[in-house]
Design a protein around this ligand. Structure first.
Ligand SMILES: [Zn+2]
Length: 275
């Protein structure tokens, strides 16, 4: 999971680079004369109707959303399958895992070829927040005839971020997509655990300074599924309201994984923990 999320991070940063370069090229062509922004309606219209926006959403769909689908149905499903096949010997395991993965992707709005409108993945890549923010900045610059240097600096900060702040694509995707990856993992695992009557999980995830206390207290420990279910009644920061802890674990942005284990293995682990 950590590896997937860090690959995803680089992909988001690349998409910010792409957006900045494409927009900057378009802006220079349309609203800059002799190194200065031409103030006025013509410039504002040029920014508003820039063809870059259409290309941006296609870029997000092709480079971000399709990649997510590929990873979820590929690497992520494979690693879950690997883990279960250490404990379960059933010829059904693989076809069952693949079928469950495909049906989860369908429920996220991917029909095997394209994204279905209003599905989670479609919504993720058609969000207009970035476009609105950048347009507001550009319109203010064109209206006031701001210096090109100032405008470029502001645009760089808003799109790519700086030492303190994430860039505009990262900010939108980080929580939503990380949560989507982790929930995919937990949902698929839970379906298999139900099927093969597994009742215990190891709450698994790296201990980081950014981990929330709720997760920190649970990492590395074995729980019965009823104990996890009972956590639904607790309150903590980051909890996703109404969502089962078996699916959402620590909540928003939590990348902890629930590793399902057999009752025998759970007994061994519990005995180790009691020592
Ligand atoms: Zn967590």
């Amino acid at each position: 999971m950590e590896r997937i999320l860090s690959d995803f991070e680089s992909r988001l940063r690349r998409s910010q680079e792409w957006l900045f370069n494409a927009l900057w090229e378009d802006v220079l062509k349309k609203i800059v004369v002799d190194g200065k922004i031409t103030p006025g309606m013509g410039s504002i219209r040029a920014i508003n109707t820039s063809p870059v926006w259409g290309r941006y959403y296609r870029y997000l769909r092709d480079e971000i959303a399709f990649w997510m689908v590929e990873i979820m149905g590929g690497k992520l499903t494979d690693s879950i399958l690997d883990f279960f096949s250490l404990q379960i010997s059933s010829t059904d395991l693989e076809p069952r895992t693949r079928a469950a993965a495909n049906s989860l992707l369908t429920s996220l709005g991917y029909d095997g070829e394209k994204f279905v409108e209003n599905g989670t993945l479609y919504a993720l890549t058609s969000d207009r927040t970035a476009e609105r923010k950048i347009k507001a900045l550009a319109i203010a610059a064109a209206a006031s005839g701001k210096s090109l240097k100032t405008f470029k600096k502001e645009m760089t900060t808003i799109i790519k971020g700086d030492a303190q702040n994430l860039g505009i694509v990262e900010r939108h995707f980080q929580t939503n997509a990380n949560t989507a990856f982790a929930e995919f993992d937990r949902s698929l695992s839970l379906q298999l655990a139900d099927k093969y009557k597994m009742n215990h999980v190891i709450w698994s995830g790296p201990k980081m300074t950014t981990s929330r206390g709720f997760c920190m207290a649970r990492k590395g420990k074995v729980f019965h599924r009823d104990e996890i279910r009972a956590m639904d009644n607790l309150q903590w920061t980051g909890k996703i309201p109404g969502q089962s802890t078996l699916i959402s674990a620590g909540g928003y942005n939590c990348s902890d994984i629930l590793l399902w284990i057999t009752d025998e293995l759970a007994e061994i682990k519990k005995a180790e923990q009691a020592e």
